[in-house]
Design a protein around this ligand. Structure first.
Ligand code: ADP
Ligand code: ZN
Length: 213
């Protein structure tokens, strides 16, 4: 089954996707990661995306949709998780069209529910490895050596969009544009809400149960 994961910034989509990849062999399609890779590689797509990301705004729908369509064209039969896409109803509708053109389907739309107080501390304390992308948190998951990645020795930094003023815009964008997806997928009978305000292993167990695994 193919699934999509959505929720507020900091809800734990990336962490849960990583577990789904490792333990259930899903292919992760993270639009945020794809944009960050494009920025790192200094492509035209990266340049476009960065100007929006740095402000905490959504990258224009046409750009994101084109990018996802390209990935979906090269799946080689793997089950996939959409992580961070769709992020508004227009993207969800476009996704529906792309999928049916490719004779693909989303089985469940998993919503990670986390109270807004928890989101803020998760985001302001988040740190990421510049080289391998490993995710840390200054309080709940610090690196052994400050600023150095435990797994690859790379430099551990704060994402530009994890600075407090940008976080405020991201949360607002989420509330206005992404939260309505709950109703959208509910009416399609695909919505599954999971309590994301627990440690990541517990959340993962719930997601697995929802997937019948
Ligand atoms: P988070 O979910 O924590 O905000 P992501 O890595 O998913 O982090 O996204 C980071 C940024 O990338 C977003 O704030 C937005 O600018 C851009 N982005 C990611 N996915 C999309 C999308 N589907 N549509 C528009 N912009 C996106
Ligand atoms: Zn690393």
């Amino acid at each position: 089954m193919n699934i999509l994961l959505f929720g507020a910034p900091g809800a734990g989509k990336g962490t849960q996707s990583e577990l789904l990849v490792k333990k259930l062999s899903f292919l992760q399609i993270s639009t945020g990661d794809l944009f960050r890779a494009a920025i790192k590689n200094k492509t035209a797509l990266g340049q476009t995306a960065q100007s929006y990301m740095d402000k905490g705004e959504l990258v224009p729908d046409s750009v994101v949709i084109g990018m996802v369509d390209e990935v979906l064209a090269n799946l080689n039969g793997k089950n996939f998780i959409l992580d961070g896409f769709p992020r508004n109803v227009a993207q969800a509708e476009a996704l529906g069209k792309i999928l049916s053109q490719r004779q693909l389907e989303i089985g469940k739309a998993v919503f990670l529910e986390v109270p807004s107080e928890a989101l803020l501390s998760r985001l302001t304390g988040r740190r990421v490895c510049k080289s391998c992308g490993a995710v840390y948190h200054i309080a709940s998951k610090p690196t052994h050596k400050t600023g150095v990645c435990d797994s690859c020795g790379g430099e551990v930094i704060q994402r530009n969009d994890d600075k407090e003023d940008v976080i405020a815009t991201r949360l607002k964008t989420y509330a206005e544009s992404t939260a309505p997806l709950k109703q959208y997928y509910k009416s399609l009978g695909k919505l599954v809400a999971v309590d994301g305000d627990r440690n990541s292993e517990e959340v993962f167990v719930s997601i697995k149960a929802e997937l019948g695994k």
